[in-house]
Design a protein around this ligand. Sequence first.
Ligand code: BGC
Length: 760
Amino acid sequence: MKLRNVLLSVFATFAFLSVVCCTSENVLSRDKRETPSLLMKYDAKAGRILKRMTLEEKIEMLHAKYYFVSAGVPRLKIADINYADGPFGIREEMEPLSWNPLHWETDSATFFPTGSALAATWDKEMAYIYGTGMAREAKLRGKDMILGPAMNIQRIPTGGRTYEYLSEDPYLNSIIATYYTKGVQDNGVAVCLKHFALNNQETNRGTVDVIASARAMREIYLPAFEAAVTKGDAWGVMAAYNKINGSWCAENDWLLNQVLRRDWGFKGMVISDWGGTHSTGSVVKGLNVEMPSKDFLGQSLLDSVRLGIIDTAVIDNRVREILRVRLAVEPVPANKANKEITAKPEQAQIAYKVAQKSIVLLKNSDDILPLDLSRIQTVAVIGDNADKKMGQGGVGAGVKARNEITPLAGLKEAFGNNVRIIYAQGWSSQQRGGFGFGFWGSRNNAQSGPSAQELENRAVEAARAADVVIVMAGNNRSVETEGSDRKDIMLPFNQEQVISKIAQVNPNVITVLVVGAPVDLRQVDPASKAMLVSWFNGSEGGHALADILLGKVSPSGRLPFTFPVKLEDSPAYALGNFPNDTPAAADIFVNLVDKKSDASQQSRNVSVYSEDLLVGYRWYNTKKIQPAYPFGYGLTYTTFAYSDISADKTEYKDGDDIKISFRLKNLGNRKAEEVPQLYVSRIKSKVEWPERELKAFDRILLEPGQDSLVTLSVPVENLKYWSEDKYDWVLESGSIRLTVGQCATDDKLSTQVSVRKGLF
Ligand code: BGC
């Protein structure tokens, strides 16, 4: 208990300081690349090394040496590059040329909350310290590049990797990915932004051709990659498995050479996703390293260069880019790596902080939360997820967690001897889904133990005997996984029925959703007095959840994606374009597609993004479809009053920052953090826009009764749209409305200003 208190007080201090120093700092303006890439510091040296290399040595650097290693130049004492999955914990060690684990003692790691949990903090400082935590463990394990952050836009609610990814919104995505990147790289390890780009589904991920407009790409799918490169100075990028508008991502000149390198000034290296290289010519189109094989960038590349089919200048460029990264990341000598357990207490503290700030309170009828222990003698904790560890699973993103506090363990510790806990499993999870990608092998669908009816009966009896029921519901790491998308968003394993039955015998049901993606809540919501989302929340998830339920801290997470009422409400499903695999679909969309691409020659397996810009809340708001819980939503144990909005000017021009100020007051008697959000809508625009778009937010800690003047900034640069004709960002003059509220459907305060092109 003592350690818990220390953790909490350290955290409270940190959180308080963050108010003072981060108000209105959550701004990323697209235009300014503040400093040139640090990699250029190493360019001259890279050039000198290059001059001393033979062609064979150069080619050796352009493909895998082992499954997670690419070669250096031993003769010149240039070390190999060691890669580490995954985005939220350093993956266990495997044999060099197989997926068999080595079962070492020192390769267990801290399991950090998964992607959507991190984004639910809406906190760049959390993203930064998360990155520092990842880098520290990577270093101790001898890794040079972390294969993360995973940051594709959460386009479909069923996406198998939604839990790995961050958000449905490009601005929140940009902030989190950029600060994660800085946190990692400031600590001497490179990131590898993945999966570049438009890898928004697992269905047919290895073959699908994504058809999207240039504007949707620039405004929705690419901004976070752009920000992580131009603001975070990311040194590595992983090309995705899929095609975009006809070209594989790993050999897409437009994506890698034009957008990434020319437009964004990327100076680092691009590696393929595992098995995602398709040709030797990829090296010309911008790919640096083929992983985890050498089918294309090995002997055939050497032959192609010798025959003069591929220019040596291309090889030199690709090698120089790798060398810059190699020189920027100081290698860990082999005899220093993997010598100690990396999951140290300070790492657990980071996992705890993020987990605690990520938990979203969706509902709290009768103020059932926080739990008042003076009135509770018996608590039923029900659900397969109560006692389940979530570190492993999901393939590349699995973490062999050194420690993982389950919800049940966290609650037992927090309740101590004061409260009796009855645990009932409620339902049994079985492996569900399955890989469409044979590479990874088959899965175990076995189910054993008591029957579903028995489990349900025991749960109902436990609920009957308790004052309060905490149901640990949701998905698990087999339901949400790389390699397959969910077929629907219903809660699996008979949970809905069990929860409804429990509610019939006990009205005090608190449902905790252990998910990384949206689920259909139509049955569970009415059966629950309170609901929370507690994610796949890492090594300290159980402690964080207990502290929220008991009110040691007020909940402060906010949804990074929309919970639709039902799957069919969501954009890609409503339009019938997921999954869409007919050639006709590509034809319908041909007008929206970048004219430079060759959409007319689509292969059969296409995914047509005809919702265009209307992804996530942009769709629900524009089409006036009421979600179950909107993007940005989250309650806490107090209420906040918003008042007195004002803009610092009435008219703004290109290059200005619009500064919107308002007063925020904590009306309750508990300290809590609020996440005010600023959305921009266009008034009488000639260009089509979503109803509103997130353009700024902050996290403000207020003591009971305290109020504060909050200022949020919106760079005018960030109001531009991507013009396909001009191949550039264009500012449309006119009036805009700035709405400040608690989520994407909240209109607490609003004001209007105008923006103008050029000088007044
Ligand atoms: C995944 C990547 C991962 C790689 C290596 C791929 O299947 O898409 O995210 O980093 O495997 O494990």
